[in-house]
Design a protein around this ligand. Structure first.
Ligand code: NDP
Ligand code: GDR
Length: 371
């Protein structure tokens, strides 16, 4: 039975990857952070009673800022594969906490690689690094592929640039099987609530149920190449099963703007939007509603711009070329954007309906909106 260690197992990708590896018969170990309240919601359905003798999922407390903890865990678990998915992964937050982001996202990667080397496991333990399309930042070529030069535009992206190169360096210096997946944005119903897609689907669902009035947004013109997290974690595993370690771009090859994403999500809710105004004055107004139970009224403004959501330096456009992944590994994304948006909207509408029902029944329900 192969053993895998996943850092960031409580995150979006970690939860899907844990499911995939368990299905494939792996013994899966994950690192979770100590938190004052429970933080394992995304993997609770995989939970196994620690008193059972037949477990194949194990959670360990740890942190990417703690070398001795990481070294001890790797020494004890002796994983065949390490997937480094843990990160302070929010680009906007990285401008507010740049030093912490560098410590975890850049040095955290070094700590893991060095632990593997220090323990003499560099020839037995394979390493996956969660690299990102944010490395391309101010894009130098369209579409972006493995050979496109990097130009990071945030403390997050600069930290991930270090992580990318230290992974390449350990491969070249010590012959480690270490590789980078350069993943473009990928989403799902498990996406963190403060990333743009989930913020949109969640807020629109809440608005349709009368729980919120307006969606406040930043740059509507930003363009992204959005895929589904389930498709992307499959590729993370495939990358560690080859003879030689290589770096790959993982993307769909299609891009949409944030504004178009709002229109698509609204359409799934039976709402069409008309845009008026320009720049920071732009608003989204309800043009028609076909959803019977909706509290929405034609003519109401449900999207406004709030300058606080603009970033000090923006990545305006990202579009990936997944040609190498297709050619070498036969990887093709299976879930189309519209299907993914339908899944996210259905999930968030279900939650919003529950909250609205509780509120109508007299229970106090607060909907957290800071995103
Ligand atoms: P999430 O933000 O959903 O998950 C991040 C995970 O890292 C969580 O489990 C979090 O724990 C954990 N974590 C954060 N800080 C630390 C720390 N100091 N020590 C240990 N664990 C920590 O990210 P995603 O699942 O979306 O992304 C996975 C990885 O892929 C990240 O590295 C991200 O930067 C990268 N990436 C993501 C893309 C995307 O579109 N999703 C695209 C390209 C790259 P907790 O739950 O306690 O917060
Ligand atoms: P990104 O994702 O920065 O690409 O990083 P995010 O969803 O946060 O932003 C995408 C684009 O939408 C614009 N935007 C807003 N973003 C947020 N979060 N909130 C808003 O209100 C808003 N309005 C407009 C942003 O300016 C941006 O242009 C994600 C993360 O998962 C990273 O960890 C990962 O490396 C990259 O994707 C690939």
């Amino acid at each position: 039975m192969k053993k895998a260690l996943i850092t960031g197992i409580t995150g979006q990708d970690g939860s899907y990857l844990a499911e995939l590896l368990l299905e494939k018969g792996y013994e899966v170990h994950g690192i979770k952070r100590r938190s004052s309240s429970l933080n394992t919601e995304r993997i609770d359905h995989l939970y196994q009673d620690p008193h059972s003798n037949h477990r194949n999922l194990f959670l360990h407390y740890g942190d990417l800022s703690d070398s001795s903890n990481l070294t001890r865990l790797i020494a004890e678990i002796k994983p065949d594969e390490v997937y480094n998915l843990a990160a302070q992964s929010h680009v906007a937050v990285s401008f507010e906490s740049p030093e912490y982001t560098a410590d975890v996202d850049a040095l955290g990667t070094l700590r893991l690689l060095e632990a593997i080397r220090f323990l003499g496991m560099e020839k037995t333990c394979r390493f996956y690094q969660a690299s990102t399309s944010e490395l391309y930042g101010l894009v130098q070529e369209i579409p972006q592929r493995e050979t496109t030069p990097f130009y990071p535009r945030s403390p997050y992206a600069v930290a991930k640039l270090y992580a990318y190169w230290i992974t390449v360096n350990y491969r070249e210096a010590y012959g480690m099987y270490a590789c980078n997946g350069i993943l473009f944005n990928h989403e799902s119903p498990r996406r963190g609530e403060t990333f743009v897609t989930r913020k949109i689907t969640r807020a629109l669902a809440n608005i349709s149920q009368g729980l919120e009035e307006c969606l406040y947004m930043g740059n509507l013109d930003a363009k992204r190449d959005w895929g589904h997290a389930k498709d992307y974690v499959r590729m993370q595993w495939m990358m560690l099963q080859q003879e030689e370690p290589k770096d790959y771009v993982i993307a769909t090859g299609v891009q949409y703007s944030v504004r178009e994403f709002i229109e698509k999500a609204s359409a799934k809710l039976g709402v069409s939007i008309r845009w008026e105004g320009e720049g920071k004055e732009e608003v989204g107004i309800v043009e028609a509603v076909s959803m019977t139970e909706s509290t929405l009224r034609t003519g109401s403004t449900i999207v406004r711009i709030d300058p606080r959501y603009f970033r000090p330096a923006e990545v305006e456009t990202l579009l990936g070329d997944p040609g190498k992944a297709k050619a070498d590994l036969g990887w093709i994304p299976q879930i189309a954007l519209d299907e993914m948006i339908a899944e996210m909207v259905a999930h968030d509408l279900d939650q919003a309906r529950r909250h609205a029902l509780l509120r109508r029944s007299g229970y106090a329900v607060s909907v957290s909106r800071e995103a």
